[in-house]
Design a protein around this ligand. Structure first.
Ligand SMILES: Cc1cc2nc3c(=O)[nH]c(=O)nc-3n(C[C@H](O)[C@H](O)[C@H](O)COP(=O)(O)OP(=O)(O)OC[C@H]3O[C@@H](n4cnc5c(N)ncnc54)[C@H](O)[C@@H]3O)c2cc1C
Length: 473
């Protein structure tokens, strides 16, 4: 067994004719005792994903290989003497950090090493979707029912999570114009406009004109996405034994003679030994999967604009969803306003002037909450929402465990990540498939399915405000 060469001219690192970038040395080594297994690998030069037939994620004898792989992973997970299972997570966003932490927490005393790789230059520029999120913890209007229930369970997981439970403000939400889509099977209360004005005197009566009625969702809440990300990073550090390396653009996977991963390849940097590769790369997940030789994953990433004020004295005591904008106030006083600036409208804003789009959102917000008139725009935030093509999460092995490729891609990832990370970690470690994740397997998208849920995508997840793109908190 010879060590993996740290040579950036490995076949995978050169693929696509890209020039290797200089090695960045901003590795963050987090506290803890367990370390990634150093060095020895089956062969010096590793066969990479580019040397396999396109789309062939596993060996031809798939059922046998799957069983063998499963046995190996299980025995590795149970036997403290066996070599560590080397898990590489691609993406140091909210999803990737929580998932990596859960893998370590789910394997106490077991030989597991976890490395998180992110292409961002450092933690400050990583996690774009997370940092640009509105970060509402909600389940209303989410269809089908199993997805609404998953989100409701995600909210419950926030309430019990050891590192996150202190962060949310469970202030509830109120829709000023109830269209009857959000109630069934989920705690909500029909509220008359007068009652809304009594409870939330800062709302303009004009914003309630013509309403068929309002609806409150008392169990919903909000978080500051920056605080959530910091807490997820802290939980990962506390789990111990994880290396987080920035400046690590993942470009391929090297496989052994049996077709299983042996290393993850990075642009301009040494490969990282790996038995399992978890793709939690947000809006970059499909492109990364393709680079790793995986199948084309249908996704629909969509830009979204938010207007963020400077911190203000307390203005709002609930999350307000009006006809053409939605607004909440974070614990630090920042008011975050979203609206019909996602989907095609978001693309227009991205291509045009995001600051102007954000200013328009703030103007709309001031029409709903007059106390915001004169509030200055602090940040015009533009971020891409990671979206599987049918709007539902995409979680599980790609082409079965033998491929060694596991995907965890989701919108509503602030609400869902704590739960999804817990469910996925067991599978990544070789445990039995989670029944809760069955509706969300990559196979449905890879087989061209899921399009039937498109109504959810455009009409149910958030507001339908006219135009092509409904606003999607
Ligand atoms: C405007 C907006 C509003 C939203 N509102 C809500 C809401 O109200 N409630 C809610 O629950 N959710 C909401 N979301 C969705 C939620 O924010 C996301 O689902 C969640 O943040 C996704 O986290 P992530 O870790 O998957 O992605 P990110 O935070 O984007 O992290 C992905 C990481 O992967 C890295 N990466 C990508 N490709 C590679 C590669 N090849 N190699 C190495 N690294 C790579 C990136 O650098 C990045 O750091 C919103 C999102 C947006 C944009």
């Amino acid at each position: 067994m010879s060590p993996i060469p740290g040579d950036p001219t490995l076949p995978g690192a050169r693929r696509g004719g890209k020039r290797p970038t200089p090695a960045l040395d901003d590795t963050r080594r987090l506290q803890g005792g367990k370390q990634a297994r150093a060095g020895p690998e089956p062969s010096g030069r590793l066969p990479s994903s580019s040397q396999r037939p396109s789309g062939a994620a596993g060996p031809p004898h798939a059922p046998l290989a799957r069983a063998a792989r499963r046995l190996r992973v299980l025995s590795c997970a149970l036997d403290p003497e066996s070599p560590p299972l080397r898990v590489v997570v691609v993406g140091a966003g909210f999803v990737g950090c929580l998932l990596a932490g859960e893998v370590l927490r789910a394997a106490p005393g077991r030989p597991v090493s976890v490395t998180v790789l992110d292409e961002a230059a450092g933690p400050g520029s990583a996690a774009p979707a997370t940092r640009g999120s509105w970060a509402w913890l909600n389940a209303n209007r989410k269809t089908p029912d199993h997805y609404r229930d998953l989100n409701a369970r995600g909210m419950e997981r926030w309430r019990t999570h050891h590192a996150l439970s202190g962060l949310p403000v469970w202030c509830g939400s109120v829709f000023l114009h109830d269209d009857g889509m959000g109630g069934a099977g989920y705690p909500s209360e029909a509220v008359g406009p007068e009652e809304v004005l009594r409870r939330h005197a800062y709302v303009s009566p004009a914003a309630l004109e013509g309403t068929p009625g309002c609806r409150a969702y008392p169990r919903e809440g909000l978080v500051c996405p920056r605080e959530a990300l910091e807490a997820a990073r802290g939980a990962l550090a506390a789990a111990g034994g994880c290396r987080v390396e920035y400046g690590s653009r993942v470009t391929g996977v090297a496989r052994g003679g049996d077709g299983r991963p042996v290393a993850v390849e990075r642009e301009g940097r040494a490969p990282v030994p790996a038995d399992v590769v978890v793709l939690a790369a947000g809006a970059g997940t499909a492109a990364t999967l393709a680079r790793l030789g995986g199948p084309a994953l249908p996704t629909d990433p969509r830009p979204g604009v938010l207007a963020l004020t400077a911190p203000l004295p307390r203005v709002l005591d609930t999350i307000v969803v009006a006809r053409d904008c939605y607004l909440l106030q974070r614990p630090d006083g920042v008011v975050a306003v979203g609206g019909d600036m996602s989907g095609d409208a978001g693309r227009d804003a991205a291509a045009g002037d995001p600051a102007a789009a954000a200013a328009e959102l703030l103007r709309r917000a001031a029409a709903v909450v007059p106390a915001l008139a004169g509030a200055e725009l602090g940040v015009a935030s533009l971020a891409v929402r990671p979206f599987p093509a049918d709007g539902l999460p995409c979680v599980g092995w790609v082409d079965g465990p033998a491929s060694g490729l596991y995907v965890c891609l989701t919108h509503s990832g602030i609400t869902l990540a704590p739960l999804l990370a817990e469910l996925a970690a067991g599978e990544v470690l070789g445990g039995p498939p989670s029944a809760d994740l069955e509706p969300y397997r990559p196979a449905r998208l890879l087989a061209g399915g899921g399009a039937g849920n498109r109504a959810y995508d455009l009409q149910s997840d958030g507001l339908r405000l006219g135009g092509d793109g409904g606003a999607r908190p």
